[in-house]
Design a binder for this molecule. Structure first.
Ligand code: ZN
Length: 254
């Protein structure tokens, strides 16, 4: 099936769907200037092995080094802007469908684009969580960016060390988010899996839930993924090109 026919098929499936899940990964944000650190050209990460520094044990044992690495990353994520792929999901929501975005990204770009239902299965860098009293702090509010400026951010209430709300290597996924994501995959009519190579477990299991529950599954990715053979349709291309086209055609059908 060529790309035009694949897009037409994807539009038909979404047109007949009421509950849509969009599952997104690193490829969704590369057009916003956030490199995929698993890819060769991940400039932000190339000097340092993220598996080592972004791990739970690095955070525990060398928190100062961890924050020297995390601080510029948090600033970069905070400055990034959504790209046309993010806005396409918002446009699908505006057609009156229930669109739940499940993202592996920690960059807040779906929310910035205006999507109203976003589940962050790997958490977010926007929040800091106290390892003592479990209070949560938003780093993008007026007062709390100062917490990130500390060499090692400490809780203003109990002085315990604060951990970013993003899931670190070696750390379990946030349970509530995972359960909400699994439920959305069980209940959807159509699942769009876009900008993810499906290399990270358990995240890569989510499309399998939709396949088992006989949802239509649309794969959109620049390169082949393990899901493609079982997808209802696979569109090979950049998400920031493919998704705006799909969203515009779904809107035109009403
Ligand atoms: Zn505390």
């Amino acid at each position: 099936m060529d790309a035009t026919a694949a897009i037409r098929r994807a539009v038909e499936l979404i047109h007949h769907g009421a509950r849509i899940v969009a599952f997104t990964g690193a490829g969704f944000s590369t057009a916003s200037g956030i490199p995929d650190f698993r890819s060769a050209e991940g400039g932000l990460w190339s000097k340092i092995d993220p598996m080592e520094v972004a791990s739970l044990s690095a955070f525990r044992f060398t928190p100062e080094r961890f924050y020297d690495w995390a601080r510029p990353l948090a600033a970069r994520l905070s400055a990034a802007e959504p790209n046309p792929a993010h806005f396409a999901l918002r446009a699908l929501e505006r057609t009156g469908r229930e669109v739940t975005v499940i993202t592996q990204n920690i960059d807040n770009l779906h929310q910035k684009a205006g999507s109203s239902r976003v589940i962050e299965i790997h958490g977010s860098f926007r929040t800091l969580i106290c390892t003592g009293c479990r209070r949560r702090f938003d780093t993008e509010t007026e007062i709390e960016p100062r917490l990130l400026e500390m060499r090692i951010p400490l809780c203003p209430h109990c002085r315990s060390i604060l951990k970013p709300g993003a899931t670190l290597f070696g750390e379990d996924l946030p349970r509530d988010s995972w359960q909400a994501a699994a439920a959305a995959c069980r209940e959807c009519d159509v699942m769009i899996v876009a900008g993810t190579a499906l290399e990270v477990y358990p995240a890569a299991e989510l499309p399998e839930i939709a396949v088992r529950n006989r949802a239509a599954v649309i794969s959109v990715n620049i390169s082949p993924t393990p899901l493609e053979p079982r997808a209802s349709v696979a569109v090979r291309g950049r998400v920031e090109h493919v998704l705006p086209t799909i969203a515009a055609e779904v809107k035109a059908l009403g």
